[in-house]
Write a protein that binds this ligand. Structure first.
Ligand code: 3HC
Length: 701
């Protein structure tokens, strides 16, 4: 039984015990109703105390039930039943009191919390809104502005802030929840405290006229800040009702809006993202071995990537040794690192003193590989050239202690060829960070043929320490993310050759929900990077492959994007975030006419059809080749490394939602124009023929 009822003298102790996070499953809801009714009818009990066993008070509704037919008792009714009690109930909060958990607490008549408790309504981040009275009760307790902030950001607040806002009564610091609950309950009896029902509190509700401008302000602000998302807008609508209608009508409206969101693709996408980012860490190697201990990290190279990687480790409390090949490069590397740390100080992430302590006590640098003796892991972030990297790994093989993990941050190269120059390929792995490395959450852990399982486990445990999301990838050109990127980027180039402008493609892609289109992104990354990569792959290019040359021609002018002031866009004082570059349009026109191409008009929808078909097809190829283990690994890679909108779940989830047969049909249509580029993935064809989804592979693999 997940809910227990117990008498402690004149108090009724109701305990929820539903590990791991006391989610409000059907059994918990039913148990709660039963316990509350027992309390209400128990004449000897004067105050009820609701506590949770384990690490947290209720962390919300049971998300695993979403999408299935709802089962009684429904949560809003449970909360109403608690609130309707004649005698008071105290909710004793600890851990993370979230979503439906906070709604249950707001249905109780008093709330107290243990120090360190976090309280929040994170539903918006799952594509829904509070659906058990939260939109109507929270503003009655904390006022409009705080309610808006909590519900539309989903960010939890501290117990101190909750007390300041009037959401909780008291914070207990040195007691266990049950003890604190009993103490507080005694004080209620002593002062004959009333049963306070949140739904009956009206003093924090302004009149509709004064709340309306604030609500409209937030509506407008959120349409930019959470572009494309419907849940924040519906939260505003629910709050509007709280300020203009009686509680019961507000509750009914909340239910209606909640149900609409529950049915939405955005909810499906966001819940998929929630579970995927947890499942992504469940990989075969972790069943075989634990991680090697890591405290000291060597970083080879002090360029943008190397310095960013070093900072990521320093900020997570690790010791860093930076190695460069000569004095000038090392000075530049240290300056890069200090520059990034200064940025962290400016943004308030660390204080100036903390920065100095990191530099003095946690950071050192050297020109000698022999100084890496104490390193538990070395991450090479040198120039992207196989011979350069092989040479570095020969030196690491000689200088590093036995058991030291030897990692490369290569974005594309064959790590087997790097591992093979060492006498310990089992220690070699790819750790592909994304730029800026101290900010971006994704880490591709790339596993070559001979890597030991504990080295893979070390990659995952290091990622966790750095606050990053690790995805396991196999070795191929570009691994999971960059391989897929290079395919949809080619698709974008072809559309430009065939008549779309780069600016239209960028617009369509941002309208779809990505923060940037591929051409703006290329400008930001530096056009020279793609150029170098195309040169590297030139000899491997198939005769039948179309090749767009306009990006190369832009580079030949020395225009490498943002860092040189122009690329696809011009960046100057007038337009620091860029405006279309007319010279680029001229270059593209020339290429089209030289090649005798007949251009066509593309609608934004047509652009996205092709762009997504290319992304999904290559995602399926990556799965087919076992570079990614499961579709969810592709989704997490694209969400965390490439800005794919979380509310669309990731490209493979998106494909499932629009229908794999439709995607395949599109690819076969485009195949008639360019049979080399648009080859349907074997896996995609198999899934369509067997009427299965990508989702079906997530549990199977
Ligand atoms: N329902 C079902 N399972 C849940 C869950 C939930 N609400 N919250 C967490 N879990 C599961 C996780 O999937 C994970 O399962 P696994 O071990 O099989 O992978 C396990 O609990 C532990 O979770 P974490 O690994 O995330 O543990 P952490 O300690 O890192 O974090 C947490 C704990 C802060 C509670 C985090 O899990 C979390 O943020 N959970 C979601 C909270 C949430 O969004 N609540 C609102 C739900 S919607 C709602 O309440 C609707 C209502 O208004 C009607």
């Amino acid at each position: 039984m997940p809910v227990q009822y117990e008498r402690k003298g004149e108090f009724a102790l109701i305990t929820i015990d539903n590990p791991p996070v006391n989610a409000l499953s059907r059994e918990v809801r039913a148990g709660l109703v039963e316990a509350v009714e027992r309390y209400d009818n128990d004449d000897g009990a004067q105050v009820g105390i609701l506590v949770c066993a384990g690490r947290t008070f209720i962390a919300g509704a049971d998300i695993r039930e979403f999408g299935k037919p709802p089962q009684e008792p429904f949560l809003p009714d449970v909360v109403n039943r608690i609130e309707a009690c004649v005698k008071p109930i105290v909710a004793v909060l600890h851990g993370t009191t979230l979503g439906g958990g906070l709604e249950v607490a707001m249905g109780c008549h008093y709330r107290i919390a243990m120090g360190g408790t976090k309280l929040g309504l994170p539903e918006v981040n799952l594509g829904i809104m509070p659906g058990a009275g939260g939109t109507q009760r929270l503003p009655r307790l904390v006022g409009l502005e705080a309610a808006l902030d909590m519900m539309t950001s989903g960010r939890p607040i501290s117990a101190d802030r909750a007390k300041e806002l009037g959401l909780i009564e008291v914070i207990f610091t040195n007691q266990e929840p049950v003890e604190a609950g009993l103490d507080f309950a005694r004080s209620l009896v002593d002062r004959s405290a009333p049963t306070i029902r949140t739904s009956e509190l009206n003093d924090k509700l302004d009149d509709p006229a004064s709340s309306a401008p604030l609500l409209e302000d937030w509506r407008e602000k959120l349409s930019r800040k959470r572009r494309g998302e419907i849940a924040p807008q519906k939260i505003i609508s629910a709050l509007k009702i709280a300020y203009s209608e009686p509680f019961e009508i507000g509750l009914a409206k909340e239910r209606e809006l909640f149900s609409e969101l529950m049915e939405s693709d955005q909810r499906k996408g966001l819940i998929h993202a929630f579970f995927s980012e947890r499942k992504v860490a469940k990989i075969p190697e972790l069943k075989q071995a634990g991680p090697r201990p890591v405290e000291t990290v060597g970083v080879i190279g002090g360029g943008t990537m190397g310095a960013g990687i070093a900072v990521a480790h320093l900020l997570s409390g690790l010791t860093v040794i930076m190695i460069e090949r000569d004095k000038d490069s090392l000075e530049r590397g240290i300056a890069n690192l200090e520059g990034i740390l200064k940025g962290s100080v400016a943004r308030g992430k660390i204080s100036a003193e903390q920065k100095q302590t990191l530099m003095d006590q946690k950071f050192s640098s050297s020109l000698r590989y022999d100084d890496l003796q104490s390193a538990d892991i070395v991450i090479e972030a040198a120039f992207e050239d196989l011979a350069v990297k092989q040479d570095i790994f020969r030196q690491l093989n000689r200088a590093c202690k036995p058991g030291c993990v030897l990692a490369t941050n290569t974005s594309y190269l064959d790590i087997n060829l790097i591992a093979d120059v060492t006498a310990r390929p089992e220690d070699v792995i790819g750790l592909h960070f994304f730029s800026p490395a101290h900010v971006m959450k994704l880490l591709e852990v790339v596993v070559p043929d001979k890597t030991a399982p504990d080295v893979v486990a070390t990659g995952f445990s290091l990622a966790k320490r750095l606050g990053k999301v690790a995805v396991r990838a196999g070795v191929c050109d570009g691994f999971i993310g960059n391989r897929i990127l290079s395919t949809y980027r080619k698709c974008a180039d072809y559309m430009v050759l065939d008549g779309a402008s780069p600016y239209q493609v960028d617009r369509a892609v941002t309208e779809f929900g990505l923060p940037m289109g591929p051409f703006a992104m290329a400008d930001l990354a530096g056009l020279d990077i793609g150029w170098a990569n195309r040169k590297r792959l030139a000899s491997a290019r198939a005769v039948r492959e179309r090749y767009a040359t306009f990006s190369d021609k832009i580079c030949e002018n020395g225009w490498f994007g943002r860092k040189t002031g122009q690329g696809f866009y011009i960046y100057d004082e007038e337009t620091p975030s860029g405006r279309p570059n007319p010279a680029v349009e001229h270059i593209i026109d020339t290429e089209r006419s030289d090649a005798g191409l007949v251009t066509q008009d593309f609608s934004d929808a047509e652009i996205m059809r092709r762009y997504m078909a290319a992304m999904i097809n290559e995602g399926a190829n990556v799965l087919g080749a076992k570079i990614a283990q499961r579709p969810l690994d592709v989704d997490v890679t694209m969400l965390y490394g490439y800005g794919f909108p979380r509310w669309r779940g990731g490209p493979m989830k998106y494909a499932d939602m629009i229908g794999l047969d439709r995607v395949l049909h599109d690819i076969r249509t485009f195949e008639t124009e360019d049979a080399y580029f648009w080859q349907p993935s074997t896996l995609l064809v198999e899934l369509v023929e067997s009427d299965r989804s990508f989702e079906s592979l997530n549990d199977e693999r």
